[in-house]
Design a binder for this molecule. Structure first.
Ligand SMILES: NC(=O)c1ccc[n+]([C@@H]2O[C@H](COP(=O)([O-])OP(=O)(O)OC[C@H]3O[C@@H](n4cnc5c(N)ncnc54)[C@H](OP(=O)(O)O)[C@@H]3O)[C@@H](O)[C@H]2O)c1
Length: 323
């Protein structure tokens, strides 16, 4: 089975018009998995006025302002998942849950497979059974990172176990009669509403304390503001196939960290250049990853913000105490 490179010719049956009149069109029911995570928590924040939402994750939400119903549920528990679906009856599911610790996946391969492959299979099987649209989130780590940024037509070939499980997670979707779209993204940044810091949170924290932080000069990617990703997901929801949704700029992690320091008013000299080989990671890292967004621009009209614009928005929200 291969859907790589297939242009989205067949439209999804799922329709959602962002300009629907709230008073005349009933709100659709949206289930978001991984709702405590960076993406999941942003989805809830941005979609809560347009959808009735059920958030699903391991534990009760960590954030302060939750605008959804919530269920504690492990994706790998098929029967539990099935009853959560039956009770809520979603029309749309966004699977933002994953085992995202790249080194952790290498160490605990069994768990990585359980969550990133079996968990996706569980969701796909239930969505297929109840006729529910599925948006599945994947990653540029499905590519080996020798020749990025990558388009949807490029053949995937992961260089670590996280990437392998995420690729297999994409592939299991094709085994079900299912209306689905895969949204791949890369190097996600933003202030998490769910409370988990992620690389960006740690970077900001270090810089704000005047600590030295390290940025890899030999790891290139297309950093993606979570606000752009949410918008791209909304634009892709009525499509099928694969869409790359990321930032439009290809740069090293060192250059990105310097940009963060500049926009947030911290000393850019705190960011020190580092080579990947000097750190003993458990898993391989793609040196030239990242995604091309030409298809999303063409088909969806997707337009990512510049890194400076995105960082300024994050800073403004932080300074105004929105997070
Ligand atoms: N962050 C990035 O740079 C990046 C880049 C490319 C693609 N992506 C993809 O984007 C998606 C969202 O990423 P993210 O950064 O928002 O991830 P995240 O912050 O790690 O959030 C994922 C959430 O899913 C939960 N989860 C994990 N296993 C679960 C299970 N079995 N059942 C229920 N919940 C489970 C996690 O809980 P625990 O934290 O307790 O495990 C976490 O709250 C993922 O598919 C990821 O692969 C992310």
């Amino acid at each position: 089975m291969s859907f790589i490179g297939k242009e989205s010719v067949e439209k999804s049956k799922f329709t959602f018009d962002a300009f629907d009149n709230l008073f005349t069109v009933p709100m659709k029911r949206l289930l978001i998995t991984g709702c405590n995570g960076l993406l999941g928590s942003e989805l809830i924040e941005r979609f809560s006025e347009r959808f009735i939402i059920l958030g699903l994750d391991f534990e009760s939400p960590l954030g302060k302002r939750w605008k959804c119903q919530f269920v504690e549920q492990d994706l790998t528990n098929f029967e539990g998942l099935k009853s959560s679906f039956a009770e809520f009856a979603p029309e749309l599911v966004i699977n933002a849950a994953a085992f995202t610790d790249v080194d952790g996946c290498e160490r605990d391969r069994k768990r990585a497979w359980e969550v990133n492959v079996k968990g996706v299979e569980n969701i796909a099987s239930i969505c297929s059974e109840v006729g529910c649209k599925l948006v599945h989130i994947s990653t540029d780590y499905v590519f080996d990172g020798r020749a990025g940024p990558y388009s949807e037509e490029d053949p995937p070939s992961p260089c670590n176990y996280y990437g392998m499980t995420k690729l297999e997670g994409e592939r299991v979707l094709g085994r079900f009669p299912l209306d689905y779209v895969i949204v791949r993204t890369s190097a996600l940044y933003g202030l998490p509403r769910g409370g988990k810091k992620g690389f960006f949170g740690f970077l900001l924290e270090g810089l704000s304390r005047g600590e030295v932080v390290y940025g890899f000069i030999d790891q290139f990617t297309t950093p993606t503001w979570v606000g752009d990703l949410v918008k791209g997901i909304m634009e892709a929801v009525g499509e099928r196939g694969i869409f790359h949704i990321s930032g439009g700029k290809f740069l090293s992690r060192f250059d990105f960290a310097q940009k963060v320091a500049q926009v947030f008013g911290y000393d850019p000299n705190l960011v020190k250049p580092e080579e990947t080989a000097s750190v003993r990671f458990v898993a391989n890292r793609p040196p030239k990853g990242g995604l091309r967004v030409d298809k999303a621009r063409r088909v969806l009209g997707y337009t990512p913000h510049s890194i400076t614009e995105a960082l300024e928005t994050i800073k403004k929200e932080r300074d105004e105490g929105e997070r």
